[in-house]
Design a protein around this ligand. Structure first.
Ligand code: GDP
Ligand code: MN
Length: 379
């Protein structure tokens, strides 16, 4: 789950990281009022869950409250990478000399939580990562001891900070960001840009926090911050139905029970030359309603040209799944070909139910994948 910039900013502020004040607004009038209260130059920033808002025109500096209102008129309702801007953050505009990048991520390659920093922060950080990776300094936190003070200082030295006060402040900010990452069970916490002001002090101008959905049950106060307006419809429905769904770019929809089996299914689809349209795990013991929801979610993707069911009935009963498929097809008529490999508990009854439908049966996973790939090519 992603947090909006203004929500992440509040978390940073609570941990003592210097951030810019200001308020959130949904109308140009409110933007003007906030700008009047701040006084002086302000920045109006679109609150949408995408990076690169600046480049997309979603961030504007305004010298007067009237300018801020005009900027808000333009930005509110604007479409940035498919998302409509419904809220803006209005904050005091900061004058600065340099932009630094600071991030905390889970690095699966080194199996550690890694802090990354770069003296070349700002909107070109992806470009820096691609063309000049050496400009990004990385330090792995100790799995038991956490981020040690000397490591935070090393990170500061690594990006060329030398002034003692600045190094100390940077180390404090890095430690606080690491603490936030750990305490909120985040998968990403970053500040970009962290700016150096004329007096040498540091301030966070933009931050991003992504939370681990699987750990959200431990943080009801963070779960309460969820903004479903920006969540893709299919993902929202999957979450509400308790289905794990990840959209991919291919054309073969997959419905599987169990995460491991779902991954194996995708591998076999690819082995037969196909491209999965999604990862979908309906979970153990899934009943009719869940199957129906899953099928509707899969079919809501216009790229899907064939659907493949791979159900291994253990606790999940194959006949229940078969009934769910039939019920879903009755409600969502579709011409998309469907291939089903259903084995395990109550499979005879399951097969009998499906024999009366238009589903193409397959005895093995390989056969199902082969048929799904062929069906996607010709449908
Ligand atoms: P992003 O493009 O979505 O990452 O949004 P950011 O909040 O990082 O803003 C992008 C850029 O806008 C920054 O790198 C700055 O150049 C500029 N910017 C944002 N806030 C301020 C501010 O308070 N003052 C000034 N001068 N520029 C700002
Ligand atoms: Mn940014």
């Amino acid at each position: 789950m992603k947090l909006h910039e203004y929500q992440a900013r509040d978390i940073l502020a609570r941990q003592g990281i210097p951030v810019t004040g200001g308020g959130v607004a949904t109308t140009p009038d409110d933007v003007r009022r906030i700008a009047e209260a701040i006084g002086g130059r302000v920045v109006v920033k679109a609150q949408v869950f995408v990076g690169g808002r600046g480049k997309a025109g979603g961030i504007a500096l305004a010298d007067t409250p009237a300018d801020a209102e005009a900027a808000a008129r333009r930005i509110l309702g604007m479409n940035i990478k498919g998302l409509t801007v419904e809220k803006v953050l209005v904050a005091e505009a900061i004058t600065y000399e340099r932009e630094i990048y600071l991030g905390v991520v889970m690095d699966r390659a080194t199996r550690a939580i890694v802090l990354m920093a770069s003296a070349e922060g700002g909107v070109e950080i992806e470009e820096v990562a691609r063309t000049n990776p050496d400009a990004i300094v990385k330090i792995a936190a100790h799995p038991m001891l956490g981020l040690l003070d000397f490591q935070a200082r090393d990170l500061a030295f690594g990006i060329g900070l030398r002034d003692a006060r600045q190094v100390r402040q940077f180390a404090q900010i890095a430690s606080a960001l690491y603490r936030i990452y750990m305490e909120t069970d985040a998968t990403l916490a970053e500040i970009n840009p962290l700016v150096v002001k004329a007096d040498g002090s540091l301030q966070a101008l933009d931050s991003k926090i992504v939370l681990d959905d699987s750990a959200l049950f431990r943080h009801p106060e963070l779960e309460a911050l969820r903004d479903s307006s920006d969540e893709p419809e299919a993902e929202r429905r999957a979450r509400e139905a308790g289905i794990t769904y990840i959209k991919l770019d291919g054309d073969i929809g997959c419905m599987v029970n169990g995460a491991g089996l779902a991954m194996a299914t995708m591998d076999v689809v690819k082995l037969y030359g196909g491209e999965p349209a999604n990862f979908l795990d309906i979970g153990g013991g899934a009943g009719k309603e869940k199957v129906k929801a899953a099928l509707q979610i899969i079919l809501s993707d216009p790229n899907v040209r064939a659907v493949m069911f791979n159900i291994f009935g253990g606790i999940t009963r194959v006949d229940e799944v078969a009934r769910g498929i039939v019920a879903a097809l009755a409600e969502v008529p579709t011409s998309v070909p469907m291939i089903a490999r259903l084995v395990g508990t109550n499979e005879v009854e399951g097969r009998r139910i499906l024999a009366e439908s238009t589903l193409i049966p397959a005895a093995t996973l390989a056969e199902a994948a082969e048929k799904a790939v062929a069906a996607a090519r010709t449908s």
